[in-house]
Design a protein around this ligand. Structure first.
Ligand SMILES: Cc1cc2nc3c(=O)[nH]c(=O)nc-3n(C[C@H](O)[C@H](O)[C@H](O)COP(=O)(O)O)c2cc1C
Length: 157
């Protein structure tokens, strides 16, 4: 399957995780990685599966690299019907009122434009015991396995 990993980051954790996931998945898939800051919302492709990794900054806000993307989505309102994505959030439970609100906002932004979420959003807690890659690799394998029949059914239609 063709996969694009999109990341929204402020200090690089989501970027590092994206690269780890690319290495993990690219034995069996063709995997591109892009910073959301450099991704054009008109560039979504129904034939690809999107794995979105997004942190939270400020007071539950999107991280800096995701903000231009969110503004471009609001301005251009692309139709994302037929686009499938999974979302992994990075945050810190020290910010308990706004824990992982960035990834929640990103999920809402994509679904509001018609995209379909595959599986549940998984959240990483920087104050917890797990390393992000330890959570994300099994999670991504499961999401990719769920997405494969959905994308092949769509390409047969
Ligand atoms: C100034 C600052 C504000 C933050 N605000 C939040 C927040 O509101 N909610 C949350 O869950 N995490 C918050 N975090 C934690 C980050 O989301 C977390 O450290 C994440 O791993 C950073 O990933 P990144 O380097 O890809 O941006 C904040 C971190 C900093 C330094």
């Amino acid at each position: 399957m063709d996969i694009t990993i999109l990341y929204g980051t402020e200090t690089g954790n989501a970027e590092m995780l994206s690269e780890d996931l690319q290495s993990h998945l690219e034995g069996s898939h063709e995997v591109e990685v892009s910073n959301l800051a450099e991704f054009d919302p008109d560039g979504f492709d129904k034939a690809r599966f999107y794995i979105v990794i997004c942190s939270t900054y400020g007071d539950g806000e999107l991280p800096a690299s995701a903000q231009p993307f969110a503004e471009a989505m609001d301005a251009r309102k692309p139709d994302l019907a037929g686009i499938h994505f999974a979302i992994f959030g990075m945050g810190d439970s020290e910010y308990d009122e706004t824990f992982n609100h960035g990834s929640k906002r990103m999920e809402e932004l994509l679904t509001a434009h018609g995209a379909t979420r595959v599986g549940e959003r998984l959240t990483h807690d920087a104050s917890g015991e797990d390393l992000p890659e330890d959570l994300a690799t099994d999670w991504a394998d499961q999401r990719v396995a769920e997405a494969e029949p959905l994308l092949s059914a769509a390409s047969d239609a």
